[in-house]
Design a protein around this ligand. Structure first.
Ligand code: SF4
Length: 223
């Protein structure tokens, strides 16, 4: 592990919030919102989730029974709504039939995390990042979410000419963070905070960034 990576993890641990970063009143709502934020902004994903809630469809049984045309109309603001409606339908059915029943309660999943991940990835429309978000925030499994934010921060931190592939990033950070899901939640929350507040895709705000003292791309002098 590089010294820079170690310091980055320490800094992110220090800003960890008490409340989990991923919003949602129930595990199923969190899983649904993980689908709805795919390929859109958080604002639009949240709006679509709120629309589902207003339509009384944030319930796995009701969503599984709902007409996909109705789901499409409700989540239209999130984009790619036809595919997402189909994915939500499949997710709701899985949640009802196999999900929580097979894997234990979402607070205390009894199955191996690779088994749950495999099951989630077998649902058409759910890719690695969505599956990992559901694993971490719904099933409280220790997993590093290798998203575009982590790719960007890691690349800048180490001044890489191109970002690491997500599977490699996930392996490496998982090895560093260990198997405590709370640590993984705090790490992900810190990455999201830094990416949204300071390490923006265009024009990073290095002078305010908490990672400036360990980042090889920082545009401010090291202290
Ligand atoms: S110091 Fe600058 S480049 Fe490095 S992580 Fe922070 S905002 Fe990004």
């Amino acid at each position: 592990m590089s010294a820079n990576t170690r310091r980055m993890i320490e800094h992110l641990g220090r800003i960890a919030r008490e409340t989990p970063w991923w919003p949602g009143e129930t595990p199923f709502e969190i899983a649904v919102s993980a689908v709805l934020v795919q390929r859109t902004t958080w604002t639009q994903g949240k709006k679509a989730t709120d629309n589902l809630k207003a339509a009384n469809l944030l319930d796995s049984r009701l969503l599984a029974m709902a007409n996909t045309n109705d789901i499409e109309q409700t989540i239209a603001c999130s984009g790619f709504y036809r595919q997402k409606a189909q994915t939500l339908h499949r997710l709701a059915k899985w949640w009802l039939v196999d999900g929580v029943a097979d894997f234990g309660s979402t607070q205390e999943a009894t199955a191996d995390k690779s088994e749950i991940r495999y099951a989630l990835l077998s649902i058409k429309g759910i890719g690695p990042e969505t599956a990992d978000s559901i694993l971490l925030y719904c099933f409280r499994q220790s997993v590093v979410i290798a998203d575009a934010y982590l790719q960007r921060i890691d690349a800048r931190l180490h001044r890489r000419s191109r970002p690491c592939a997500k599977p490699r990033l996930q392996r490496e950070y998982q090895r560093l963070l260990g198997e405590d899901s709370n640590v993984c939640v705090a790490f992900h929350a810190g990455i999201v905070d830094v990416a949204q507040q300071y390490c923006k895709s265009k024009g990073p705000l290095c002078s305010s960034c908490i990672l400036a003292d360990c980042c090889l791309s920082a545009t401010v002098p090291k202290q």
